[in-house]
Design a protein around this ligand. Structure first.
Ligand code: EPU
Length: 421
C-alpha cells in the first residue's frame, strides 16, 4: 500500500492549480447513460473514484477513450443492466448509475454502494429507493446482497425530500429528464455540481428548471442528446488549499478555481483574520501579519459550511488563538479522525460524535498516521505539512480517491512530501 512521508515545517509559497471536481465528475460519467450518443468530458480529474466509475461503465459494455484529462464515453452498445457488485461496492458514487440505468432500460440490479465510512449504518439509500418508487418502479431488496429495480412504465412524480441529499437530488433529476411526464422535486440540494449537471442536460435537450434552488421542475423528454461537459473546479480542493495556506502562514495563489463556490468558507476565514484576495478564478492567500483567532462553525448543506471542508478547517483551528466549537451536522463519524490530530499535539475535546472543542494554538508533531477517509486524509496532510518532524500517512488510496497527483502539486509549492510505494 502506498504511503506519504512528509517532513513538516518547510516554507510554502507559489501557485497551486485546482483540478476538476470529484463530485461533478462522478455524476457526469453516469449521465452518459441518459443518451446513446457520445459524451465528451473535459477537465476530468485523474483520481481513483473516476477510475472506479469507468470500471463500472466499461463492465456494463460502454466504450471509453481517454486522453489525459479528457474522455469520451459511448454507451450505445450497453449489454447489461447489472452493476458489477465488487466494483460498485467500492465507492458511494456508484449509486449515481442507478437512476440513469432505470430511466433508459427500465431495470437495474446493484449492490449497496460503498465509500467513506463517515456515517453510521453504511450511508443509507432509502431516499433513492423512495424516489424510484414514486416514479412507478418496483424495488426488490435482498438484504445485504442486492437491490433489483424494475418498471413496466415510469412516469413523472411529485417528491419531497425528507432530508436534503446531494446524490439523491441528482439521481432523481437525471431519471426524471428522460421519462414521460412532469416531475416536481422539493427540498432539493443546491450544490454547484447539481447546477452544472442541470445546465449540461438542458443544453442537450432536457427541460430542468430551478436547479440550484430547493424546488426543481423537470419535464421529461423522450430522448436527450450528448455533447461536451467541462467539469467545474473542485470547490472542496479549493477550500482545502486556502485553509492549508492559512494554516502554514504562507503566500499561496490558488488558481483554476471558482471562489463563488466557497463563499461561506471565505467569510469565516475573514473573521479568523486570514489575509486573502480573490478574482473570478483565483484566490491569493497572504501570510498573516496579526494573530489569527478561533471561529466556531456548524456544517450545513450548500451554501452553508461544507462538511467536506470541516476536517481541514479543524487543523487550522489548532493553529489559532482561542476556542472553536466544531459542530458536524451531516455525518456522525466525521470527527473521529481528530483523535489522530490530538496524538500530534492538538488540544481537542470530543463532546459527542457531532461536536468537538479545539483550544489553540498548539504545536503539532510528526506521527505515524492512517488516513481513514478522503477529507480526513487531506486534513492529515495539512497537519503534517505544518508539524515539526516527519509524518508517515498510510492508506493514501483514500486520498488518491479524490485528489489528483497531490504530492506533485504540493512539491510545486515547496512541500517535502514523498510517495513511497
Ligand atoms: N441520507 C439518507 N438517506 C439517503 C441519502 C442520504 O439518510 O438515501 C443522509 C446521509 O446519511 C447524510 C445526509 O443524508 O446524513 C446527507 O447525505 P447526502 O446524500 O447529501 O450525501 P451524499 O449525496 O452521499 C454528497 C457528496 C459527499 C458530501 C455530501 C454532503 C458525492 C458523491 N458525495 O454525498 O462528498 O459530503 O454530498 O454534501 O457527491 C466527499 O467528497 O468526501 C463526500 C463525502
Amino acid at each position: 500500500m502506498p504511503k506519504f512521508i512528509i517532513t513538516g515545517g518547510r516554507p510554502l509559497s507559489g501557485k497551486i492549480a485546482v483540478s476538476g471536481a470529484k463530485n461533478s465528475a462522478l455524476k457526469i460519467i453516469p449521465a452518459a447513460l441518459l443518451s446513446a450518443e457520445v459524451l465528451t468530458i473535459k477537465n476530468l480529474p485523474g483520481i481513483e473514484d473516476v477510475e472506479r466509475s469507468f470500471e463500472v461503465l466499461t463492465d456494463l459494455g460502454a466504450k471509453i477513450e481517454r486522453n489525459g484529462n479528457e474522455a469520451t464515453i459511448n454507451t450505445s452498445g450497453l449489454n447489461s443492466t447489472e452493476l458489477n457488485a465488487k466494483m460498485a461496492n467500492k465507492f458511494r458514487g456508484s449509486i449515481m448509475f442507478v437512476g440513469p440505468m432505470l430511466a433508459r432500460f427500465k431495470e437495474v440490479k446493484f449492490p449497496h454502494p460503498g465509500g467513506c465510512v463517515i456515517g453510521a449504518g453504511g450511508r443509507p439509500i432509502d431516499l433513492f429507493l423512495e424516489g424510484y418508487r414514486a416514479f412507478g418502479a418496483e424495488v426488490e431488496e435482498v438484504s445485504g446482497k442486492f437491490y433489483h429495480i424494475k418498471a413496466n412504465k415510469l412516469h413523472g412524480a411529485d417528491y419531497f425530500f425528507p432530508l436534503v441529499s446531494v446524490t439523491a437530488t441528482e439521481s432523481m433529476m437525471m431519471t426524471a429528464s428522460i421519462i414521460p411526464g412532469t416531475t416536481t422535486l422539493k427540498n432539493c440540494a443546491m450544490e454547484p455540481e447539481i447546477t452544472a449537471l442541470a445546465e449540461y442536460l438542458n443544453s442537450q435537450g432536457a427541460k430542468i428548471s430551478g436547479a440550484g434552488t430547493p424546488t426543481m421542475i423537470i419535464e421529461g423528454q423522450e430522448k436527450i442528446s450528448a455533447g461536451t461537459f467541462t467539469v467545474i473546479p473542485d470547490r472542496i480542493e479549493t477550500g482545502s488549499f486556502v485553509i492549508m495556506a492559512a494554516a502554514a502562514n504562507a503566500n499561496i495563489e490558488i488558481t483554476h478555481c471558482n471562489p463563488e463556490h466557497i463563499m461561506t468558507l471565505l467569510q469565516t476565514l475573514k473573521k479568523v483574520g486570514v489575509d486573502f484576495s480573490f478574482g473570478t478564478d483565483w484566490i491569493k492567500v497572504n501570510s498573516s501579519k496579526g494573530p489569527l483567532t478561533a471561529q466556531s462553525i456548524k456544517t450545513h448543506e450548500y451554501p452553508g459550511f461544507a462538511t467536506d471542508l470541516q476536517s481541514p478547517y479543524v487543523v487550522l483551528m489548532t493553529q489559532v488563538q482561542g476556542t472553536a466549537l466544531i459542530h458536524e451536522t451531516i455525518y456522525d463519524r466525521r470527527l473521529i479522525w481528530t483523535d489522530m490530530l490530538s496524538q500530534m499535539g492538538a488540544n481537542i475535546t470530543m463532546c459527542d460524535p457531532h461536536r468537538i472543542v479545539i483550544q489553540g494554538p498548539t504545536k503539532l508533531y510528526g506521527k505515524h498516521l492512517i488516513s481513514p477517509d478522503l477529507r480526513a486524509g487531506i486534513a492529515l496532510v495539512i497537519a503534517a505539512l505544518i508539524a515539526e518532524g516527519q509524518t508517515e500517512i498510510d492508506n493514501i488510496y483514500q486520498i488518491d480517491r479524490g485528489y489528483e497527483k497531490l504530492e506533485e502539486r504540493l512539491r510545486g509549492i515547496g512541500a517535502d512530501i514523498e510517495r513511497v510505494e
